[in-house]
Design a protein around this ligand. Structure first.
Ligand SMILES: C[S@@+](CC[C@H](N)C(=O)[O-])C[C@H]1O[C@@H](n2cnc3c(N)ncnc32)[C@H](O)[C@@H]1O
Length: 404
């Protein structure tokens, strides 16, 4: 058995050898978006309204080679960003990545999550993607970083799920057995792993799963090592996930891949099953969904430190007085056929399109309140109703502001 320090040192060595992720460095901002890294979009998703402040502090905890960090800087033009990681090798790439694309509102620290209290102050947005499951003590890690979350802030987390990673776990153990004394030599681990994939029969379950789900990513040794030669990985199920969340002492706001968690897509065509599932608690329902769709390879979700005001827009008068704006994360606008915040194809009706066009007038001069129109003002001249507005909000095609 390795001690906690030995495990952390082994993880550091892995990422010094194979900095992750190995995305190419660009001389311009990275393409597209990930709405979870856009403070206004993430805040709107979690609360139903846009945030009051945009001059915020963000920390990317376990930033790796800075792919997410770079987006966090570019997608949040008024934010200051901090990246921390235990791998000096990964940090070096992160620094160079941000320098090359002009992401200059960022500083990096060679620091463990456990020691994040060495950084002063609190953060409005914490991003911790693909990190906690590699810690020898994830509960200690989440508790350290949770202390840095400002009241009303958002904490975005991504950790592995065990159900869809079963074959990966088997391969990790097989490689370790064959490596024997060489465990910890990650280049040797990649070599053994690649030889195994070559040697195993075509219809072997591990080979089939790798080919179907992972082969595109695993061409690069950095990705192969991260997946199959990792010295420390804890995979979660709903029960152990909520033990981790509860230990953080924060409030669960919801999963950031909500489509997966819709029971309708699994048994919506059977009203009796839908009715039976009404009796389940929220966590039992999540468990039911993952049991029925065990493809799940990770959990991604938001936590907050209360108080965090949420608006459900059920009151017509509140909705009529709101200032709408078009969602910042969409591709293909202006067109009635576009990709939404999650890069899913959306077809807009004529009325929805006109409403979004009117919203754009608000976005174009946010400082000039004489130019901004409320929902009530817009629907006077666009043939649209409040349920239509609610639907646009629910599909993250608009965001709403109360107080501008
Ligand atoms: C799979 S990579 C994820 C990188 C990045 N967050 C991303 O999603 O692109 C995991 C990163 O966590 C870092 N890490 C692991 N344990 C850590 C710890 N205790 N404190 C800080 N970083 C850690 C590793 O060095 C590695 O760079």
């Amino acid at each position: 058995m390795k001690t906690s320090q030995e495990t952390a040192a082994a993880v550091e060595r892995l990422y010094d050898t194979y900095p992750f992720p190995p995305e190419p460095l660009l001389d311009e901002p990275p393409p597209g978006y990930n709405w979870r890294w856009n403070w206004r979009a993430a805040y709107s998703f979690c609360t139903g309204q846009t945030p009051q402040r945009e001059e915020i502090r963000i920390i990317d905890a376990g930033c790796g080679t800075g792919v997410g960090t770079e987006y966090l800087v570019h997608l949040n033009p008024q934010a200051s960003v901090v990246g921390i990681d235990i791998s000096a090798g990964a940090l070096k790439v992160a620094q160079e990545r941000c320098r090359r694309s002009g992401a200059d509102r960022v500083e990096f620290h060679h620091l463990s999550l456990y020691d994040v209290d060495q950084i002063e102050g609190q953060f409005d947005l914490i991003n911790c993607v693909g990190v906690l499951h590699h810690l020898p003590d994830p509960i200690r890690g989440i508790q350290s970083i949770a202390k840095k979350l400002a009241p009303g802030g958002l904490f975005h987390i991504f950790v592995y799920a065990e159900l869809g990673r079963w074959e990966i776990q088997l391969m990790q153990q097989a490689i370790a057995l064959l490596q024997g004394q060489n465990q910890g030599d990650y280049q040797d681990g990649v070599k053994v792993g690649r030889q195994l994939f070559e040697a195993l029969p075509e219809n072997n379950r591990i080979v089939k799963r790798d080919r179907e789900r992972w082969a595109l990513e695993n061409h690069q040794d950095e990705c192969f090592a991260d997946m199959y030669v990792h010295p420390q990985e804890i995979d979660y199920n709903i029960e152990t996930l909520f033990e981790l969340i509860d230990a953080a002492g924060l409030e669960f706001l919801g999963f950031s891949n909500p489509r997966y968690w819709q029971k309708e897509r699994l048994f919506g065509k059977n009203p009796e099953l839908m009715a039976r599932s009404e009796g389940l608690s929220e966590r039992q329902l999540y468990r039911l969904i993952e049991l029925l769709d065990p493809e799940l390879t990770h959990y991604e979700f938001f936590l907050t430190r209360p108080p965090l005001k949420r608006v459900d827009w059920s009151e017509d008068n509140d909705l009529l007085a709101a200032i709408p704006e078009r969602h910042p994360c969409m591709t293909g606008w202006p067109s009635k056929s576009l990709f939404d915040y999650d890069y899913q194809l959306v077809k807009l009706s004529d009325e929805e399109f006109k409403f979004l066009e009117a919203c754009d007038q608000n976005g174009s001069s946010p400082e000039d309140s004489s130019q901004t129109q409320t929902v009530a003002e817009i629907i006077k001249h666009v043939n649209f109703d409040l349920d239509g507005v609610r639907s646009l909000l629910q599909r993250q095609l608009i965001m709403l502001n109360i107080d501008r």
